[in-house]
Design a protein around this ligand. Structure first.
Ligand code: MIG
Length: 833
């Protein structure tokens, strides 16, 4: 009810009922009666006891917290990156007639004296974000806080992006959304909430962007002009109104600053960016081995194979079904010799079974979640009756981490997949825990209302810590389903139980882009769709999209149709049932197998580029995937475009997302873009019709880019590459691009064993030059570098590499190819005099 609440007296008695069932109080700030400044903090108090604290963390990041008497005052946050360091800011503060004014070098703010409204402007005085009614809170004696809320102006034309995982178009305007982690099996477009909560959005107002991060773990609601009254709001069912205003002016700046505040993961192992094969479920062992061999026989690159729930002994987490997998250690090491990493599922529900060590340990140490009166909560999930570790307790996380010892240290597992950690509960309408369950919350005890949305995140944290502890030299790969803002520090995400439909293909892209601009770049969808079986065409198009998503995993629910529990049938019968539901890249016949192979190979060609984009994400919080509006927010057509996207800083992807489509009407944003296939160059700020036959992937490289290409291998670590290939695309203006390399595994890069190359392409009427500046102590294994010079408008007479004249190569279809040393510093190609 944005902005429609009547201004009521505090502590009004609810008079609609004679029996006075409850005492309701509503609070809106009145007149400011005092103010105080403490270094980078400003404190305002109103006549009716509302207190606003403004803390300036950097010139662009400003935190606002509202308190009332009796509130728990704590800075504790799971979301904020523990390594985030506020800066010394030159904060100006002044009192004026009707308001107070504060400013950093980049943002101005005012606080009104009459009613504590807060408005933000950029340093040139342009309005960015204005409170409408500002802060509001409603509570009652019987129920406590039921709503805390801030309402802001959402002028016509303002657009809203982000919010983590919403199966919705980019611009969120016109709708309200909720954050409450939910097992959303077979969700459809528009369904809300989904598996994870990221109470962060970015807004675009008059070409300038700002962001709001509402750091509150309760069920939160965001409304973006839902009632067409030009008002936006964010609210929660409890806790404290505590939010961050994040300045732009570019949308990408907002994501980067938010990501700096909430953190990034470490560099993944290179193999984790390869192709992953999953299904529910591959078993028994012979089937897994057959799968691995088929990949190698058919020469389809693959780096990882997953074991879904059926590998466990009756769904007991941290156990093996020894009939299906008599010797997992040997199987895993054999797979690893063939170049496959094994990833296994671990769920939070612990089977109630007095003979089961995980249950016993949890019970003995009081590690399980309890109700207010102390009884352990028991609820049905896969193993039937389960108890649930309270991952918000540091001891419980340590213990959970210790359970990974056998998998990590003994069996040399490479990755873990945490599922069902919303937490999901079967058979109840809420699909999750009751609200009254107690949590430790790292020393700030609370109910499930507060801990629900971070439960999965804390499980992921415990898993990651355990993985690292028990195999410290190996980079961990962790995938989680539920998560919360900041959880990108711990795990990659997939978009959950999607459906093999064309609309879901589009959604997979929208969701991955949205997650990426919300701080989670390590994302992807179940390629091919989880529910139902894709047509060969849909599958191929999905692979073509998937090669641009950082997590590239094919997954399907297989023969577990209608969500029924997997029934372990006789082996023969089982295989028959499975075949019908197969979704491996070779099951659609030879024609498609060849196409699918070449698509996956293309992903392997792009791995250096993706790895470098990942490095930038880790260094700067730079999102790997961005909608076009995040590339040029001043370009209306780019802002309106919903399917095309930027993959890293230099590749534009125009995916095919419709059935039967063989062309794309692609909008090219500013700059000039080379078609990777034909090297044809397209002018930006225009629409072009692009050929897109089924076997081709239309994508475009920005002029001036030096695009690194890796050798195709059957898995990323198959051998040391012989060659680094570089496609250098001509540009009139000076353009820089980078290549980040390290061992792709282990931590030596932290001791300087990495190599960051900055390529600069420059051109004039006389020459095109490519310079390479390098830092770091890593020497890449390849002895050769091959440069393909593309798009050259000159008629060249000579080539110089590091000052030495080289024979001019023959051009092939306009491309000049040269071999140079991997340490070359400058290459110049000269115009004929
Ligand atoms: O209730 O482990 O989203 O990827 O294959 C279903 C079986 C449980 C849900 C996951 C899905 C996984 C499936 N799991």
């Amino acid at each position: 009810m944005s902005g429609t609440e009547p201004q009521e007296e505090n502590k009004a008695i609810d008079e609609t009922n004679d029996r006075k069932p409850d005492i309701i109080s509503r609070h809106r700030p009145g007149r400011v009666v005092s103010h105080e400044r403490l270094e980078q903090q400003l404190i305002f108090k109103t006549e009716n006891s509302v207190e606003l604290q403004i803390r300036v963390h950097t010139p662009d990041i400003i935190q606002l917290t509202y308190f009332l008497v009796g509130d728990v005052r704590s800075d504790f946050s799971y979301a904020i990156n523990p390594d985030f360091e506020p800066e010394d800011v030159d904060l100006q503060f002044e009192e004026d007639e009707g308001y107070f004014q504060f400013s950093t070098s980049r943002v101005n703010g005012i606080v009104t004296k009459k009613n504590l409204l807060v408005h933000f402007f950029d340093s040139d005085g342009n309005m960015l974000c204005e409170d409408q009614h500002g802060f509001y809170r409603r509570e009652s004696l019987m129920k406590g806080i039921s709503e805390i809320k801030v309402t802001k102006q959402a002028p016509a034309g303002d657009r809203f992006y982000g919010l983590g995982d919403k199966a919705y178009e980019h611009n969120l305007r016109g709708r309200a959304f909720e954050n409450w982690n939910t097992d959303a099996y077979a969700y459809e477009r528009g369904d809300d909430p989904l598996y994870r909560s990221v109470p962060f959005y970015a807004a675009l107002h008059n070409g300038r962007a700002y962001g709001i991060f509402f750091d509150n773990t309760y069920r939160t609601r965001f409304s973006f002009d839902r009632r067409e009254n030009n008002i936006s709001s964010f609210s929660s069912e409890g806790g404290v109104m505590n939010y961050y205003f994040i300045n732009g002016p570019d949308l990408t700046d907002v994501t980067e600053r938010y990501t700096r505040l909430t953190g990034v993961p470490e560099m993944p192992p290179m193999w984790a960016l390869g192709y992953h094969q999953c299904r529910w479920s591959y078993y028994p062992e012979s089937r897994v081995r057959e799968l691995a061999e088929t990949f190698r026989d058919k020469r389809i690159p693959c780096d990882a194979i997953y074991l879904d729930i059926d590998y466990m002994d009756d769904y007991r987490t941290f156990t093996w079904d020894t009939e299906l997998f008599p010797d997992p250690g040997t199987m895993i090491s054999d797979l690893s010799e063939q170049g496959f990493e094994t990833i296994v599922m671990i769920n939070p529900g612990v089977k109630v079974d007095e003979d089961y060590f995980v249950f016993q340990q949890g019970l003995e140490n009081n590690y399980f979640c309890t109700r207010p009166d102390g009884e352990i909560v028991i609820a049905p999930v896969w193993p039937s009756q389960c108890t649930f570790p309270d991952f918000t307790h540091p001891d419980v996380r340590d213990w959970w981490g210790s359970l990974y010892e056998d998998l990590m240290a003994e069996k040399n597992i490479s990755g873990i997949w945490n599922d069902m950690n919303e937490p999901a509960v079967f058979e109840v309408e809420s699909k999750t825990f009751p609200n009254d369950i107690r949590h430790h919350f790292d020393g700030h005890p609370c109910s499930h209302k507060k801990a629900h949305n971070i439960y999965g995140m804390q499980m992921a944290r415990a898993s990651l810590d355990g993985m690292k502890k028990h195999n410290p030299d190996k980079r961990p790969f962790l995938l989680t389903r539920a998560n919360f803002a900041g959880g990108q520090r711990y795990a990659a995400l997939w978009t959950g139980d999607n459906i093999a439909s064309w609309d879901h293909l589009k959604l997979a892209n929208e969701q991955s882009l949205r997650l990426s601009i919300s701080g989670y770049s390590f994302v992807g969808s179940d390629v091919g769709g989880f529910v139902d079986k894709p047509s060969p065409e849909l599958f191929t198009r999905w692979l073509q999209l998937g090669i641009f998503h950082p997590l590239f995993r094919n997954h399907t629910m297989g023969y577990n149709v209608d969500g029924a529990a997997a029934v372990k049938k006789e082996e023969v019968e089982l295989r028959e049932a499975q075949i019908d539901a197969d979704q491996e890249p070779w099951i659609f016949g030879d024609k498609y197998t060849d196409i699918n192979r070449s698509i996956i190979e293309l992903r392997y060609r792009l791995l250096h580029y993706l790895y470098t984009a990942f490095y930038k994400y880790v260094q700067e919080g730079r999102p790997i995937l961005r909608p076009l509006g995040y590339y040029d927010q001043r370009d209306e057509q780019a802002v309106e475009e919903s399917n095309e996207f930027l993959f890293g800083d230099h590749i534009l992807v125009a995916p095919v997302l419709d059935k039967g489509q063989t062309e794309v009407e692609a909008y090219f944003p500013k700059g000039r873009w080379y078609d990777f296939r034909s090297n044809r160059c397209y002018k930006g700020k225009h629409k072009h019709t692009i050929p897109a036959p089924l076997e081709e992937v239309p994508f475009f490289v920005k002029e001036g880019t030096v695009l690194p290409l890796r050798e195709v291998m059957q898995y990323t670590g198959e051998r040391d590459p012989e060659l680094l290939e570089l496609n250098a695309y001509y540009s009139k203006s000076q353009v820089a691009s980078q290549l980040y390399e390290d061992a792709g595994e282990g931590y030596e890069y932290r001791d300087g064993k990495y190599r960051l190359t900055t390529f600069t392409v420059k051109s004039s009427a006389e020459r095109m030059t490519i310079t390479a500046e390098r830092e770091g102590a890593y020497s890449p294994p390849y002895p050769k570098t091959r440069i393909n010079i593309i798009g050259l408008p000159l008629e060249p007479s000579a080539v110089q590499v590091d000052g030495e004249e080289k024979p001019l190569p023959e051009a092939s279809r306009g491309t000049y190819t040269l071999e140079v040393s991997p340490d070359f510093q400058q290459l110049a190609i000269l115009q004929k005099k």
